[in-house]
Design a protein around this ligand. Structure first.
Ligand SMILES: [Zn+2]
Length: 105
């Protein structure tokens, strides 16, 4: 699934989980869903940069008043991106990564 069609799923998933509190920085309640996934690179060694390695996909909502960015792990929201990344995980992730992924669900 790609954005912007995924935007509705993100909004619905957040609402279903009661993610309705105002911005923790400015108290405003105006949010916008970022129309892209954020791929957070995973590493267990901070001295290495791994290009094309394992990623943790997240979606983000941004406060429309102050710009505070809040990320939500796509696997926890059960978004369709999880399916594609789970396949990738089977090929690339270590046992520790897989354990982390299971704990995120
Ligand atoms: Zn704010």
């Amino acid at each position: 699934m790609t954005f912007p069609s995924e935007k509705e799923n993100v909004t619905r998933a957040l609402a279903e989980r009661g993610v309705t509190l105002p911005c923790p920085r400015c108290g405003d309640n105006g949010w916008s869903v970022l129309e892209a996934y954020i791929s957070n690179s995973l590493t267990q060694n901070t001295s290495k940069v791994i290009v094309g390695g394992s990623v943790l996909p997240t979606v983000a909502v941004i406060c429309t008043k102050c710009g505070f960015l809040s990320e939500h792990v796509a696997t926890v929201l059960e978004l369709s991106v999880y399916i594609g990344n789970r396949l990738r995980a089977a090929r690339n992730w270590s046992d520790n990564d897989a354990t982390f992924l299971r704990n995120c669900r």
